[in-house]
Ligand binder design. Structure first.
Ligand code: XIL
Length: 322
């Protein structure tokens, strides 16, 4: 097998292996990207707080640098994200907008971003994390002001301003929580019932491979992962893992690492087992910059390269699953 994640994936007839990217002064990252990846997701640069910090004030320098980096290195771009409750400036979430005005705010934002990177974005995460764990809609300024219609409206607007990108709904825990997966399937049907296009569902894939304080459950089994992917793929859309990391309680032990390697392999194998699974993105390169330790206290070691950019055993596990 090729010693390159994306080449192995392409040999299997799938489209991409990607990584989240925050541009920084680390030449090893560019080398690894060129060797291993053919897709990138800007980790933060395209989020609302980064691109429209106050109404009508669009700040695209950082996102543009990420787009230029992708072009230079011939990477697909998984553009992330248009409508989300998080990393959303207070002028939106506390703006006391009416239904009509908030839809206008949404249109102005989607229009600005989608037109700017039309042709550059291979895929767009149009709506991110709209669901609670039990599959109901999450409270947010979007839901509270517009109702569930905000989701199909966002997709209609994304298509209006970028008819080339594949349009995705994206969320976490979909890969193992059946109630939430059913919620995602309802979202696909809701969008379709409006006569609007949705091309795919992104399964973030922020998983664990042992009990942790934030995930009191063992690692998802292969048949659970596959069933979760099929629950939306069977509705006629593509699926992908969009933000994979496999976090562990730290410090790591030999046994916990072995379970982690097996989990990386199962994640990959589940995608390959489902025809409509077009690719997988991992949420960063080196543990040095992973978001996990900052958000999940006492957990970490979640990526495929260690803090010194050495490949970890999980790399071989992931490649084996492809
Ligand atoms: C995370 C980034 O990795 C962090 O740098 C940032 O501080 C918070 O957001 N779901 C998503 C991603 O859709 O955008 C999040 O990224 C991780 C969870």
């Amino acid at each position: 097998k090729d010693d390159s994640l994306y080449k192995a994936m392409q040999q299997r007839g799938r489209s991409f292996i990607g990584t989240a990217v925050t541009l920084r002064n680390e030449s090893r990252e560019t080398e690894i990207i060129n060797q291993e990846f053919n897709s990138m997701t800007p980790e933060n640069a395209m989020k609302w707080e980064s691109t429209e910090p106050s109404r009508g004030n669009f700040t695209f320098e950082d996102a543009d640098r990420h787009v230029a980096f992708a072009r230079k290195n011939k990477l697909q771009i998984h553009c992330h994200t248009l409508v989300w409750h998080s990393q959303l400036p207070l002028w939106v979430s506390n703006g006391n907008f009416t239904n009509a005005t908030l839809i206008q705010v949404m249109e102005d934002h989607i229009k600005a971003l989608a037109t700017r990177w039309k042709g550059a974005c291979t895929r767009w995460d149009v709506v991110n994390e709209a669901l609670n764990e039990n599959g109901t809609y999450r409270e947010s300024v979007w839901l509270n002001t517009i109702g569930e219609a905000y989701i199909p409206i966002a997709f209609r607007l994304a298509k209006k301003y970028d008819n080339k990108a594949k349009l995705f709904y994206n969320d976490y825990n979909l890969e193992f929580n059946a109630e939430k997966t059913a919620g995602a399937a309802r979202i696909v049907k809701l969008i379709q019932s409006y006569g609007v296009k949705i091309d795919g569902v992104g399964y973030q894939g922020h998983v664990t491979s042992e009990d942790t304080p934030t995930a009191p459950a063992p690692a998802p089994e292969q048949k659970v992962l596959e069933a979760a992917l099929r629950a939306t793929a069977d509705l006629g859309v593509d699926v992908a893992y969009t933000e994979i990391d496999v976090r562990l309680n730290t410090p790591v032990t030999a046994a916990s690492e072995a379970a982690q390697v097996a989990t990386w392999q199962r994640m990959a194998a589940s995608c390959l087992a489902v025809k409509k699974c077009i690719g997988m993105t991992v949420w960063g390169i080196s543990d040095k910059y992973s978001w996990i330790p900052g958000v999940f206290a006492g957990e970490g070691s979640a990526l495929l390269w260690d803090e010194k950019y050495e490949k970890k055993p999980s790399y071989a596990g992931f490649l084996k699953g492809i």
